[in-house]
Design a binder for this molecule. Structure first.
Ligand code: MLT
Length: 227
């Protein structure tokens, strides 16, 4: 089921939760050249029945939507990265109010995974957790942040031509140092997603037991590190 999107700061699609709405909403963040429709099928596959919120990145690179500017492949305009992540965080809060959903779990692919990583670092209360598919370290020097036990799954590809292994390892270490509960798996894959990603991410999401959350606040509603 789809719903008419509210007039919010980002072009987006929203699919309300179906059934008993037992699961956290998902914030779907597409890769370069994708759009707000790209990951709806992935979201349904990962968490059937969950509400899906899927914005389109506001930067165009040769006509391809992205979530922030880059100077070259893997070289990011860090001021733009920070600004766009803050705007995305504001969009998430607008959408929570408009659609009555709790704090979402981000599911980001590639450029979408990178902006999700930035959102975790700059606004630790906005997301209930994150699934980062083929992410890389978004900042040369990450800001200090406290993620207080939020769960993060990182799936990287051993043959990924875009993301060097030490780069994604540094991201995992940075998020762990900031208090996230990070699970990092390196798959025998390249940059593209496969069924293996879906199987692992679906199992991981189910194991987190993240509920739909409190629609009136952006407080984290998942388990704490000590649970
Ligand atoms: C990025 O620019 O975010 C990464 O290089 C991934 C990509 O979009 O190719």
């Amino acid at each position: 089921m789809s719903t008419t999107p509210a007039a919010l700061s980002h072009v987006h699609r929203f699919q309300p939760a179906t059934g008993a709405a037992l699961h956290a909403p998902l914030l779907l963040l597409h890769g370069t050249g994708g759009d707000e429709s790209d990951l709806l099928g992935l979201g349904t596959a990962l968490s059937p029945g969950a509400a899906l919120l899927s914005p389109r990145g506001q930067v165009l690179e040769n006509g391809m939507p992205r979530f922030f500017r880059r100077l070259a492949e893997g070289v990011f305009d860090e001021a733009d990265v920070a600004r766009r992540a803050d705007a995305l965080g504001a969009f998430v809060r607008e959408a929570q109010g408009a659609y009555g959903i709790g704090a979402p779990v981000a599911v980001g692919f590639s450029n979408g995974a990178n902006i999700a990583a930035v959102l975790l670092m700059r606004e630790p209360d906005t997301l209930a957790g994150a699934v980062l598919l083929r992410p890389m370290m978004p900042f040369a020097e990450p800001p200090p942040f406290r993620l207080a036990g939020r769960p993060v799954l990182i799936l990287s590809g051993a043959m990924d031509p875009i993301v060097p292994e030490d780069n994604v390892r540094r991201l995992a270490q940075t998020l762990t140092a900031g208090g996230a509960l990070v699970t990092h798996e390196t798959l025998p894959l390249g940059h593209a997603l496969s069924q293996m990603d879906i199987t692992i991410a679906k199992r991981w999401l189910a194991a987190q037991e993240l509920g739909p959350g409190d629609a009136r606040s952006t407080e984290w509603s998942g388990r704490s590190a000590g649970d």
